[in-house]
Design a protein around this ligand. Structure first.
Ligand code: SF4
Length: 747
C-alpha cells in the first residue's frame, strides 16, 4: 500500500450479483487504483468478473459529468447545482400545471438498481410528480415474470428461486447465468455453483437457441426455436401428467387450478409441438421424465423467456412445472425470498383486497396495462407523439439510456424532440440525455455508501452488507438524495427537509404495518427516535433492516438486526440459505393459495395455440440477443477496459445459413426488418441454431450529440432499432426482443 492509498471493502456496483470487492483508492489523487475480488466476502468468496475492475476507469472517466448542464441552442452550458435543481423543479411543475399531472413521464434505468441512493430516492421524485406515466427497462425484460407471480402468488416479488446450491437437476431455459451471474436468482460465482450440481451427482440441462457459455458446461444441451418455450413446457406438463408423476409436495392443499392447467397441457402432446420447437418428441419426453423423477429439481428461466411473444405464459408455465413436480417451496427445488430476507418491504406492490397490481390503469394511446405501477415502454413514444388530453409533454430520465435500450430508436428520437421539457439525472451525455434540457449528474459510485438494496429480493442466500463511501463527493457536488429531495421540494413548493421527513415517516409506517409482527406494536415515535436525524439513504436502509423479518423492530427485538450491527461485518453478513415452509404465509392471492391456472394467463394460451402453424414456419430467420461478459445493456461502453479488443457487437450465424446467404466471418451482413436495417460484422459460429442469428443489444453509439468518446470509437449497431415497438407479449405488453423475424443478406 503506497502513501495516500487505502483499502476499502465494497460491493461491485455493476450488476445484481454485487460481488464483494477489495478497492484500493488513492486519497491524494482521488483515484481508484485497483479492484479485486474479496475472498473474505462470505457470499461471493473472491469471485469477480472483468467488469469489476472497470470502476477504476469509470470513476476517472473525463466524460463523466461533474457539473449540471443546461441546453443552449444545440449545445449545453454548465450551471450550478442550485440553479439546475431549482429550474428542473420549476419547469416540471409548470408542465403539470399547464397539461395535467400525468403529462410528465418518468423512466428509471437499470443502473438505478445498483446505486442505492437512486433506488431509494428516485421514488421521492416520482411520488412528488404523482404521474401514472412511470417506465423502466423492467417493463422490457422483467414484467412477464412479475405478471405471472402477481397472478400465481399475489405479488411480483413473491418469486420462487432455484435452490442453486442444493438442487440436483436444474434446467436453465432462455438464460445464460455463467455470463450474467443470474438475475432473479442471483448467485455470484455461479459457474462453480453450476458445476457443483454435477459433482453431487446431479445434472445441468440448458435449453436455448444458442449453445451458450452455460450450455458449454452443461450435461445436456437442447436447441429450441425462439418463442416456443411455452409449447415445450406444456408438452412436458403433458408427459408428467400422463405418466402419473404429478406431485404437489409441500404445497399440497394450498393450490388451486391444478385440473385446469393439466387439462390445457393435455392438448399439447410432445408430437404436436415437436415441429414448432425443433425438439424431437422423444427428447421432450425424456426432459420431462428426468425432471419429474429427480430428487430436487428446478426450471430457471429469465431474460430469454420474458422477452418473447409468449413471455407471460412461459413464465407461468415454468412455475407450474416447478409446482407439479413437487419442487415448490422445497429445499433442493425452489424457495422464496419473501419474508426470509434481511430487508423490509418497501418495494412490494401486492394484491390488496382482491385487486391485482396489473391493469389498474392503461396507457392513454395504446391501452396497454400497467403492471406493478409501471406502464410498458412499448407505449412510451406514442404517449409523447399523439396529441390529446394527457399527452406527455415533460420527461424525466434517471440513469437510463432509453434510445438504445428500447425498440424503434427512430420513433423515440421524434418523440423526445417533441417534448416541451426533458430532465436527465445522469452522469453522461449519451444517446438519450443529449435530448435533455437539463442534465444533473450525481456523485460517482465510489462517493456514496454502499449496500445492495435490490439484490436481497432475488438472491439465493440471506445476505446483507454495507460499506462507507470511498471518497466524499467532490466539492460543490450534492449527494444524490439532496438532488432528488431538492427537485421534489421545488415541485411541491416546500423544503427539502420536509420532503425528507415525509419520506422517513412514510417508510417507517410501511415498516411498522408490513414488517415483522413485533414491529406492529411499536409506536411511531419510538421507531422515529430509533433511526436518528441523519438524512439520506443510510437511514432508509436502517429502517428497511429494522422493520424487516430479521430486524430489531425498532428496539422491540433486541437481538434483531440494525444497520449498526451490519456495519460490524465489513465483508458482509451471511445469514444462511433460504428456508422452505414460506407458503402459504407469504402468499397474497385473495384465497391465500397458489393459483396454477390464473384467468389472464389461461386466456393467452389460445393465442399460443393459434400461432402453432406460424411457429412451424422455417422460411424466416429469427434474431435473438446475446449477453457478453464485458457488456451490460447500454451503460458500460465508455470504459476502454471493457470495449478494447475484438468487436463484440457482431451478428452470429450458423455455418449452414452463412453458406446459403454468402456470409463469412470478417464480412458484413445487412439485417433488415420492416422498420429499419443495420449492417453488422459477421461471425460464423456453429453455436447458433440453424435459422437463428444473434446480435447483442445496447450498442449504436454513433448518434450526433452524445459525448462518450470511447463508446463512439466502438459504436456497434443498434439491434433494438430493428424492432417494432408495437410487437408485444399481450398479457404483460412487454416488447418482443427475441425471436424477431429478420431478412439477412451480405453487405
Ligand atoms: S458479476 Fe461482475 S459485474 Fe456483476 S457484481 Fe460481480 S464483478 Fe460486478
Amino acid at each position: 500500500m503506497t502513501s495516500g492509498t487505502q483499502l476499502h471493502f465494497r460491493s461491485c456496483p455493476f450488476c445484481e450479483a454485487a460481488c464483494g470487492t477489495r478497492v484500493t483508492a488513492n486519497h491524494v489523487l482521488r483515484t481508484i487504483e485497483d479492484v479485486r475480488g474479496d475472498h473474505e466476502d462470505p457470499f461471493s468468496k473472491g469471485f469477480v468478473c472483468p467488469k469489476a475492475y472497470a470502476l477504476t476507469q469509470l470513476h476517472s472517466d473525463p466524460d463523466r459529468l461533474r457539473k449540471p448542464l443546461r441546453r443552449k441552442g444545440r449545445d449545453f452550458e454548465e450551471i450550478s447545482f442550485e440553479e439546475a435543481i431549482a429550474e428542473a423543479g420549476d419547469r416540471l411543475r409548470a408542465i403539470q400545471q399547464k397539461h395535467g399531472q400525468h403529462s410528465v413521464a418518468y423512466y428509471f434505468g437499470n443502473p438505478t438498481g445498483h446505486k442505492p441512493p437512486l433506488l431509494l430516492y428516485g421514488p421521492v421524485l416520482m411520488k412528488a410528480l404523482g404521474s401514472m406515466q412511470v417506465y423502466s427497462p423492467g417493463t422490457l425484460d422483467q414484467i412477464p415474470k412479475f405478471y405471472s407471480a402477481v397472478y400465481m402468488f399475489g405479488g411480483p416479488l413473491i418469486q420462487p428461486l432455484a435452490d442453486l446450491d442444493r438442487v440436483r437437476h436444474l434446467i436453465v431455459i432462455g438464460n445464460n447465468p455463467v455470463v450474467s451471474q443470474g438475475s432473479m436468482m442471483v448467485a455470484p460465482g455461479i459457474r462453480r455453483r453450476l458445476e457443483a450440481i454435477r459433482a453431487r451427482g446431479g445434472k445441468l440441462v440448458v435449453i436455448d437457441p444458442r449453445r451458450t457459455e452455460t450450455a458449454a458446461i452443461s450435461d445436456e444441451y437442447v436447441a429450441i426455436r425462439p418463442g416456443t418455450d411455452a409449447l415445450l413446457l406444456l408438452a412436458m406438463a403433458h408427459v408428467i401428467e400422463r405418466e402419473g408423476l404429478v406431485d404437489l409436495g409441500n404445497v399440497e392443499g394450498i393450490t388451486r387450478g391444478l385440473d385446469d392447467v393439466l387439462a390445457i397441457a393435455s392438448r399439447f402432446p410432445p408430437e404436436r409441438v415437436a415441429a414448432a420447437t425443433g425438439i424431437a418428441a422423444n427428447t421432450i419426453e425424456h426432459l420431462a421424465l428426468e425432471f419429474a423423477r429427480a430428487d430436487g429439481a428446478a426450471i430457471y428461466g429469465r431474460t430469454g423467456t420474458c422477452t418473447q411473444a409468449f413471455g407471460s405464459v412461459t413464465s407461468w408455465l415454468i412455475d407450474v412445472l416447478n409446482t407439479i413436480s413437487g419442487n415448490l417451496d422445497k429445499v433442493g427445488g425452489n424457495l422464496f425470498t419473501g419474508g426470509g430476507i434481511p430487508l423490509g418491504v418497501l418495494f412490494e406492490d401486492n394484491c390488496v383486497d382482491g385487486v391485482f397490481p396489473s391493469g389498474r390503469w392503461h396507457s392513454r394511446v395504446d391501452g396497454l396495462p400497467e403492471t406493478v405501477s409501471m406502464l410498458p415502454t412499448a407505449g412510451l413514444a406514442n404517449e409523447m407523439l399523439v396529441p390529446g388530453e394527457g399527452q406527455v409533454r415533460g420527461f424525466v430520465t434517471q440513469a437510463g439510456n432509453v434510445m438504445l435500450s428500447n425498440p424503434n430508436a427512430a420513433k423515440l428520437e421524434r418523440a423526445f424532440e417533441s417534448l416541451e421539457f426533458m430532465l436527465s439525472l445522469d452522469i453522461y451525455v449519451n444517446e438519450t440525455t443529449r435530448h435533455a434540457d437539463i442534465i444533473i449528474p450525481g456523485p460517482s459510485y465510489a462517493e456514496h455508501s454502499d449496500f445492495a438494496a435490490v439484490t436481497p429480493y432475488e438472491t439465493i442466500r440471506k445476505f446483507v452488507k454495507w460499506a462507507p463511501p470511498v471518497f466524499a463527493p467532490e466539492p460543490g457536488m450534492p449527494h444524490d438524495f439532496e438532488i432528488f429531495n431538492g427537485i421534489a421540494a421545488r415541485l411541491k413548493e416546500t423544503t427539502p427537509e420536509e420532503i425528507e421527513e415525509a419520506y422517513v415517516r412514510e417508510t417507517i409506517q410501511v415498516a411498522l404495518d408490513n414488517g415483522r409482527p413485533e414491529a406492529r406494536e411499536v409506536p411511531y415515535e419510538q421507531a422515529r427516535a430509533a433511526v436518528g436525524d441523519e438524512p439520506g439513504p443510510d437511514r432508509i436502509f436502517d429502517i428497511l433492516i429494522r422493520g424487516g423479518p430479521m430486524g430489531d423492530a425498532f428496539g422491540a427485538v433486541p437481538d434483531g438486526l440494525t444497520l449498526e450491527k451490519v456495519k460490524q461485518h465489513p465483508h458482509g453478513l451471511d445469514l444462511g440459505p433460504l428456508d422452505e415452509g414460506m407458503l402459504p404465509g407469504i402468499l397474497r392471492t385473495p384465497d391465500r393459495k397458489v393459483d396454477l391456472a390464473p384467468g389472464p394467463l389461461v386466456e393467452d394460451v389460445a393465442r399460443l395455440e393459434a400461432s402453432l402453424a406460424s411457429l412451424e414456419n422455417r422460411d424466416t430467420m429469427l434474431m435473438i440477443g446475446r449477453r457478453t461478459m464485458r457488456s451490460k445493456n447500454a451503460w458500460m461502453h465508455n470504459i476502454h477496459l471493457l470495449v478494447k479488443g475484438k468487436d463484440r457487437c457482431t451478428l452470429r450465424v450458423h455455418p449452414d445459413d452463412a453458406e446459403r446467404l454468402g456470409l463469412a466471418t470478417g464480412g458484413s451482413a445487412r439485417v433488415a426488418t420492416d422498420i429499419a436495417e443495420v449492417v453488422a460484422p459477421v461471425e460464423v459460429d456453429d453455436e447458433m441454431m440453424p435459422g437463428v442469428v444473434s446480435l447483442p443489444h445496447g450498442w449504436g453509439h454513433d448518434m450526433d450529440g452524445a459525448r462518450q468518446q470511447v463508446a463512439r470509437e466502438h459504436p456497434g449497431v443498434n439491434a433494438n432499432s430493428l424492432i417494432d415497438e408495437s410487437m408485444i407479449d399481450v398479457p404483460s405488453a412487454s416488447n418482443i426482443l427475441n425471436g424477431v423475424p429478420v431478412r439477412i443478406e451480405a453487405a
